[in-house]
Unconditional design. Structure first.
Lengths: 227, 469
């Protein structure tokens, strides 16, 4: 059976099921408009707050799902905050970091003990550092997108995932993320992978007991940087 | 998989006596339901979101041909391939062809009910390809040689002790030596066992929670991260999904996402919602080189053409089974096929035939909790009732049952005789009840009095009291 056959057969039986033929050109045009200029549905009021309150809500929601959050006052504080986190948790200072130029603004060399490799993740990596594209205060969710400088293995293979997020990137609901992606790219704006991450990996598959670190990171640490 | 719903009554009876299962179900009955209630209470817009979600999905289903074609075109534009399959046989064949083209030896799988529906694992095994389930619950039941008993918590029927025994027995060949007793140790051992399998796999297969027509994106919602390792590490990613998973826009998906985790597990949001659009881009450092979407009909277009169309709104959250007193008493395996609980009672007769599955729509007290919690407001009791009518028309019940029903129906339409009979029954039961007013052993219905006493009727009938009011 050829590909075209399968498509024609299924579309045919769907139309039979719907009790109509192909849609009229006018109706199709209406639906194309619905797709090309997507309208927002109801967005919960929860995230509709001042910027400060949004950051606070984001922090509260992320901590409620066992992420840890550290708010630092500027870009120069980030390498120190990272080094402190690693030391506090007895983690190695060998880290794999996305080759992402938005991470170049932080003065990593001021912390010479941090041994940083800029690449995708491999199995042996224990700590990864990536930059988020956005944070949604509604549920404490991070949005990370993939591209040549942002390999998505960094978000899943290492046991410890550290994400750097600018306070100004924290918005209300997920719809802000779609708006941002549409404005950022043109035409086919979707990255290969969009990861919406809410807390570290978990499972409840044995007696509904929540256990962190099922297959993805055991720890998710978010460093929020004031703009 | 092979349906086994014909023996529902016997299987249900057996389940009631299984100690481990009953222990697991006792825990299950209060777990998800309490968490859902709390999560819903935290979101004032929950009911309004349900209304919108119903509207979105109804609109999508009414234009399913349009949105699927648009989705497929967008997938192809982003470098992926779409395979339209009418039957499970075609879908399995397509998966095998894709695997063979890259000489695949092992395939990692993230939990997919469609994978169960088309019995993908045994088929791949028969053809020399090893499927590895990576969701912890699915991994447990694959080791045990079983199938899921719940659509989002596949191993909910197992106790921790049973998992301990299973891992001890099956992990020995991989060098494990100790019988582990704590949940964290068991999870860690499964993690360690599966890590190399993720890395070595040639193909990763996932399901889809959504197919976004706007962008040609597929989306999965998981908590463990296994779905992500399944799809970003191997060279080939295959998505297996049925037609009704399509949704117009990212905004529409967001509305339903707000309902999904809250309804399913009572989480505000699942840990990972992952959107995939095509294969890896030319400069990407990781991600699959090939991206295939298998669009499977398997009876969905027939459901469209029936009085059960509303069932296609289902987002497979499992809330109906979490809240069903029948499911909560017998577990999912008694239902005998992929989808248990109220939604299973509606879908299964369609997908495997009424003759095989006619008992399932009767496995309900019509208490209405399933409809009350269904985020997509599917009228599950009404749909089950329609199946019961078809079952009666098709003469599938025992003659004893049919005669009973016919008698009841006659009396219900002849109130004078009904009152006469119920009056006599009242007097007779009163005599049976004796001085204490309890019946220990009721002729014709020992099933009732075997485990409890039946109170004898007291005073007059409702009709009588109404007249004297």
């Amino acid at each position: 059976m050829s590909v075209a056959d399968g498509r024609a057969r299924i579309i045919g039986s769907l139309r039979q099921g719907l009790g109509r033929g192909e849609l009229s050109a006018e109706r199709k045009a209406e639906l194309v408009t619905r797709l090309d200029a997507p309208r927002r549905n109801l967005v919960p009021a929860r995230g509709d707050k001042s910027q400060d309150a949004r950051v606070a809500l984001f922090t509260e929601m992320a901590e409620a799902v066992q992420a840890s959050v550290n708010r630092v006052s500027g870009i120069t504080d980030v390498p120190g905050a990272l080094a402190d986190y690693l030391a506090e948790n007895n983690l190695p200072s060998d880290i794999v970091m996305a080759p992402d130029e938005t991470l170049d603004v932080y003065p990593w060399t001021e912390r010479p003990l941090l041994n940083i490799r800029r690449d995708k993740a491999v199995d042996a990596d224990q700590v990864s550092v990536t930059a988020a594209e956005m944070g949604f205060s509604e549920t404490g969710t991070l949005m990370l997108t993939s591209d040549a400088a942002r390999p998505s293995t960094l978000n899943f293979l290492p046991e410890n995932h550290i994400v750097i997020l600018r306070a100004g990137q924290i918005t209300g609901g997920y719809e802000e993320g779609w708006r941002h992606l549409r404005e950022r790219g043109d035409g086919d704006f979707m990255p290969r992978t969009v990861n919406m991450i809410t807390g570290p990996s978990r499972t409840g598959d044995i007696e509904q007991t929540i256990q962190l670190g099922a297959h993805g990171p055991r720890r998710l640490h978010i460093i929020i940087v004031e703009d | 998989m092979q349906p086994n719903s014909r023996d529902f009554v016997a299987r249900a009876r057996k389940s009631l006596g299984e100690e481990g299962l009953q222990e697991a179900l006792a825990r299950f009955r209060t777990g998800f339901t309490v968490k859902r209630t709390e999560a819903v209470a935290r979101l004032p817009e929950f009911e309004a979101l349900r209304d919108e979600a119903v509207e979105i999905k109804t609109h999508t289903i009414d234009h399913l041909d349009f949105y699927l074609e648009r989705f497929a075109d967008k997938v192809e534009q982003s470098g992926g391939k779409v395979h339209w399959c009418v039957t499970p046989q075609e879908a399995r064949r397509m998966v095998l062809d894709i695997c063979r083209a890259v000489n695949a030896k092992t395939v990692t799988k993230s939990k997919s009910m469609i994978g169960e529906e088309i019995a993908l694992n045994p088929f791949l095994e028969e053809n020399g390809i090893e499927p590895i389930e990576t969701d912890l619950g699915e991994y447990i039941i694959q080791l045990a040689g079983e199938y899921p008993s719940h659509i989002i918590a596949p191993a909910v029927h197992k106790t921790k002790d049973q998992v301990s025994d299973l891992f001890f027995e099956r992990h020995r060949e991989h060098g494990a030596t100790k019988r582990l007793e704590e949940v964290d140790e068991l999870v860690d051992e499964a993690r360690a066992m599966l890590r190399q399998r993720f890395i070595a796999a040639d193909v990763g297969i996932t399901g889809a929670n959504f197919l976004v027509a706007e962008t040609g994106t597929t989306a999965i919602v998981t908590n463990e991260g296994n779905g992500d390792l399944t799809q970003i590490l191997p060279r080939v990613h295959i998505v297996v999904a049925t037609l009704e998973k399509v949704i117009p826009t990212l905004e529409d998906m967001s509305t339903i996402l707000r309902l999904l985790a809250r309804s399913a597990t009572g989480q505000e949001f699942s840990a990972y919602t992952t959107l995939s659009t095509g294969p890896r881009r030319s400069s990407d450092l990781d991600g699959p080189e090939q991206f295939h979407v298998i669009l499977l009909d398997n009876g969905r277009s027939d459901i469209l053409n029936s009085e059960f169309r509303e069932a296609l709104r289902c987002i497979k959250c499992g809330a109906c089974m979490n809240h069903c007193p029948v499911y909560g008493s017998i577990g999912g395996h008694a239902y005998g096929w992929v989808y248990p609980g109220p939604i299973g009672a509606v879908l299964t007769p369609h997908l495997v035939g009424l003759e095989e599955a006619h008992h399932l729509p009767n496995a309900s007290t019509f208490c209405g909790r399933c409809e009350a919690v269904c985020p997509m407001r599917i009228p599950l009791p009404s749909l089950m009732r329609r199946w019961r009518e078809r079952e009666f028309e098709a003469r599938l019940q025992s003659s004893r049952y049919r005669i009973g029903l016919a008698l009841w129906s006659w009396f219900a339409r002849h109130p004078t005789f009904y009152r006469m009979m119920s009056g006599m029954a009242r007097v007779a039961l009163g005599v049976f009840g004796g001085r204490k007013g309890f019946i220990h052993n009721l002729p014709f219905d020992r099933g009732w009095t075997a485990t409890r006493d039946m109170p004898a009727p007291e005073g007059g009938s409702f009709h009588g009291r109404w007249r004297r009011r």
